[in-house]
Design a protein around this ligand. Structure first.
Ligand code: NI
Ligand code: MN
Length: 221
């Protein structure tokens, strides 16, 4: 399976069967290396309604006919009125999908939509388990992910709006994945971080590998 980082919190997961896009914020992202007109997707996962996460979801879904997963309020109030196919769910719920499964995981963050909760996702795809944390602070619930045996955890390290590097090291320790990919840093001045410092802290603590991806860069797992 190929994991491509498209900048900020946006990833494209791709194997021979499926293309999954998460938090497609491309328009207005000066670090993005592709555009909303070019990106492909069978499924889109939206962690919450802030503009740097829901981003180009509506235009990409309309062009590609992708099914968009979000919590029920975002699916019903933002996506369904645009005649987009939606997958609906809520925190703690696991659903079987054509490609594997999705579990809505807690995140501690605003959602940008009245009554909605921000979330992260645990995806089973291509025989791998991927956790995308969305925007969140460090939360104790992350300890429960240890039992999920996560292959790749995408964690925000930007600070200011989410966990910073120090708390993200603690999150990595709670989750104990095979590998962490840092995200949600350097897109804006207030979330400027050196990801090498985070990588060194996680790896020096013996927690797991950290793979830093530049926007556009891919990892094969
Ligand atoms: Ni946010
Ligand atoms: Mn954000």
């Amino acid at each position: 399976m190929k994991i491509q980082f498209l900048g900020h919190s946006c990833f494209l997961l791709e194997d021979s069967n499926v293309k999954i896009l998460i938090d497609p914020f491309l328009t207005g992202n000066s670090l993005a290396t592709t555009t909303a007109d070019n990106v492909v997707a069978d499924y889109i996962f939206v962690t919450h309604g802030h503009g740097d996460h829901i981003g180009d979801t509506i235009s990409i879904a309309k062009r590609t006919d992708a099914t968009v997963y979000a919590v029920v309020e975002i699916a019903d109030e933002i996506l369904a009125p645009e005649d987009i196919k939606t997958g609906r769910g809520n925190i703690g719920g696991k659903q079987k999908t054509d490609f594997g499964s999705v579990k809505y995981f807690p995140a501690s963050h605003g959602s940008g939509v009245n009554g909605a909760l921000a979330c992260g996702y645990v995806l089973e795809v291509g025989g791998k388990k991927i956790y995308h944390a969305g925007d969140t602070g460090l939360i104790a619930e992350m300890q429960f992910l240890k039992d999920e045996k996560i292959d790749i955890a995408m964690l925000p390290i930007g600070d200011f709006y989410t966990m910073g590097p120090e708390d993200a090291v603690k999150a990595a320790g709670l989750i104990s994945p095979k590998c962490v990919i840092p995200m949600h840093y350097n897109t804006f001045p207030v979330i400027k971080q050196n990801p090498e410092d985070f990588k060194n802290a996680v790896e020096d603590a013996g927690i797991c590998d950290v793979r830093i991806l530049s926007p556009g860069e891919s990892l094969i797992i």
